[in-house]
Design a protein around this ligand. Structure first.
Ligand code: SF4
Length: 314
């Protein structure tokens, strides 16, 4: 049997999975050519390769015909879409946006260097269905650690993209990924990183403790953070995230939004849905509203699920 080495995999396998009646996951790209020093994905998933705009747009049309309302655009390095085919991510999202019946698109995660000011401006002003909800990996708020990680940006670029989003779409929800305790994150670099993140106008941190991956170049970096210190940094970042999220949510109480309601689990007498900027909202079950959009006022934070708002129907 002949086995293709992962780095030689060039073929794109399309997929569009249905999460529930409302949401679908459309894979537009696979693999990655970035070779961040801590990451094994380029070895496990192969080189960056993309679908094509026409067939992905057709898939979105079929989703709309099935009654799907929301598509999450997925991939390993989504913004890199089309580098192998001559198409562009910007043209892909413009084409998807034209599909009638799809009310919402979310970009699952995008590298900061690939979330261009042009894309941000388009989402802010022209996009019909692309939501103001961003998930952007930072990984470290120290230029030295970013360099050791072989990331493709520095803190100045990252900050400029975040501020651009905030300025163009003040109500956007911005989540970022950050790794705590990577190799090379000395106490000085950690302090820089923490202060950088603290001052960034973002709303949630997805915090991951650094974990050693066999075969990665990061293992050659000399400075190792102890497990105990890594956990302390995770706890500190998690507390910072809780504060940022709480501030964002508190500030939204009383505002009005369009909510796309989702099918609850069987037997549940409450339904939930999301605002365009991905705030979770709950209300008593009304079957007629499932998989539809209705306007609500956020009456307050729910006591049972404190990551959610109680809806006042309008
Ligand atoms: S961390 Fe992301 S961008 Fe970097 S190599 Fe892994 S998949 Fe690619």
């Amino acid at each position: 049997m002949e086995v293709t080495p992962f780095l030689e995999i060039r073929e794109f396998q399309p997929s569009c999975e249905r999460g529930d009646r409302t949401r679908y996951f459309l894979k537009v790209q696979d693999g990655c050519d970035y070779f961040c020093t801590y990451c094994t994905i380029p070895f496990a998933r192969g080189r960056s390769r993309s679908g094509n705009i026409d067939s992905l747009t057709d898939t979105a049309r079929r989703v709309a015909e099935e009654g799907g309302k929301e598509i999450v655009i997925t991939g390993v390095n989504i913004g890199d879409f089309g580098r192998d085919t001559g198409e562009t991510f910007f043209n892909l999202i413009k084409s998807l946006d034209s599909v009638e019946g799809i009310e919402r698109y979310r970009i699952s995660s995008i590298e900061p260097n690939l979330l261009t000011p042009e894309i941000i401006d388009w989402i802010a002003t022209e996009a019909r269905a692309f939501t103001p909800h961003f998930h952007i990996p930072l990984q470290a708020g120290s230029d030295e650690v970013l360099r050791l990680m072989n990331r493709r940006y520095d803190t100045a670029l990252f900050e400029s993209r975040i501020r651009k989003v905030r300025e163009a779409i003040p109500d956007a929800f911005i989540g970022i990924d950050i790794i705590a305790g990577a190799r090379g994150e000395t106490p000085e670099e950690w302090e820089k990183s923490y202060n950088f993140v603290k001052n960034l106008p973002v709303d949630k941190l997805h915090v991951f403790p650094y974990s050693e991956r066999p075969g990665t170049k990061a293992l050659n970096i000399g400075y190792v953070v102890s497990q105990e210190e890594k956990h302390r940094r995770v706890a500190q970042l998690t507390a910072l995230s809780d504060k940022k999220l709480h501030d964002f949510m508190t500030d939204r109480i009383g505002r009005e939004y369009e909510v796309l309601w989702e099918q609850p689990a069987p037997g549940n007498d409450r339904m939930h849905g999301f605002t365009p900027n991905y705030l979770r909202v709950v209300a008593p079950l009304d079957e007629a509203l499932i998989n539809r959009i209705s306007r609500v006022r956020l009456a307050g934070i729910d006591e049972m699920e404190n990551d959610s708002f109680i809806a006042e129907m309008l």
